[in-house]
Design a protein around this ligand. Structure first.
Ligand code: IDC
Length: 336
């Protein structure tokens, strides 16, 4: 429980010092209630700026075991106030093949997260399908079903498409958003809604030039710090986007090794320790602007993105020793 104890002590010190921002980052929807987008910031029901930080699940169809109540409680103990649930559309075993199974897992994760006082993002995780228009009918059914079930609950946030990619244009995403957002808003008129952007949530030209007309929306930004180059990541586009007044929510960030395939296993593990230092400028930037984020991902899959070490079989009660280098960095920054 080293990290948990540390965040608890940090919380006490912080409160003693009158540091409200830090205290707020670790508390969930019971304290903040309904969220509203004001300019580039999220404000809570008291009108105070609010930052959400936590983890994203891996695909619910592959790692449902991490959607349990103890896991969510553990995230909250480490200072998180957010959990994102990734419902992959494809491939085999995912939503399109077995919607009931994915919905069961989604609801299980939502109940666990909400019980632990975490805000929850319902993520329609397109990826190989490239354009959200391909399965827009299914998306419409999905968001209608989920928003009807949860109504206008302040803890529930909707992310209408994970990472549009390939030839998908901003116009395609706009057409999709204009179809899906009204479906959600019919059941959940005040919900915060997040919209994926072109080129895997890295290209904001469209939203900047031609933003959506809806209120209470933010644009998803994804950032993977490539450490195979061994260079710390430079200042990202975040500063520019904030200066331009675009509200962004980092719904995924993490480590990537572009040249992963070219590395031997030994080289691969040699690279990972560089991650905390390489990622620090981006973390600092998000903190500076009060940007909300979810780290990818809460699982022990044998890959560089996993927060839990592959040999760790625990499904909750994680201590620092159970976390990967990436997991340690994310968990220790929930309530910095
Ligand atoms: C990755 C998973 C990996 C899985 C792959 C394909 O970590 O285990 O095999 O998806 O389903 C993203 C995506 C996210 C990726 C992640 C890491 O949104 O689905 O997860 N990533 O590659 N964008 C950039 C990186």
């Amino acid at each position: 429980m080293r990290l948990g104890v540390l965040s608890f002590l940090a919380g006490i010190l912080c409160l003693a010092a009158g540091c409200e921002k830090q205290e707020a980052a670790g508390s969930g929807f019971s304290a903040h209630g309904r969220l509203k987008v004001e300019g580039t910031a999220l404000v809570d029901e008291h009108g105070d700026p609010t930052v959400l930080r936590g983890m994203s699940s891996h695909g619910v169809c592959w790692y449902p075991r991490y959607l349990n109540g103890g896991a969510m409680k553990n995230l909250a103990e480490h200072g998180a106030n957010l959990f994102r649930i990734a419902v992959y559309t494809e491939p085999a075993g995912a939503y399109l093949e077995d919607p009931e199974r994915s919905l069961d897992y989604l609801y299980m994760g939502m109940e666990s997260a909400l019980s632990a006082d975490l805000y929850v993002i319902v993520d329609w995780h397109i990826l190989k399908d490239e354009t959200p228009l391909l399965y827009a009918d299914e998306a419409e059914g999905f968001f209608d079903t989920v928003s009807a079930r949860y109504g206008d609950m302040p803890g529930v946030i909707y992310e209408i498409c994970n990472e549009p990619n390939g030839d998908t244009t901003w116009e395609d995403i706009r057409a999709y958003a204009e179809r899906i957002i009204p479906v959600i808003r019919l059941n959940a008129p005040n919900a915060l809604i997040l919209v994926g952007t072109p080129d895997y949530c890295t290209d904001f030209t469209g939203p900047l030039e031609d933003p959506l007309e809806f209120t209470n929306i933010m644009y998803s930004m994804h950032r993977y710090v490539d450490i195979s180059s061994e260079k710390p990541c430079g200042p990202s586009q975040l500063t520019k986007l904030i200066a331009a007044g675009l509200p962004v929510f980092v719904t995924e960030w993490g480590v990537s090794l572009e040249e992963q395939a070219a590395f031997s296993e030994e080289d691969f593990s040699a690279q990972i320790p560089a991650f905390p230092e390489a990622a620090q400028p981006f973390i600092d930037e998000m903190n500076e602007y009060g940007i909300s984020w979810a780290g990818w991902s809460l699982s022990n899959k044998e890959e560089c993105h996993s927060a839990i070490l592959p040999e760790c079989q625990k499904l909750s009660s994680w201590t620092e020793d159970d976390l990967s280098i990436s997991g340690k960095l994310m968990f220790s920054n929930f309530a910095p």
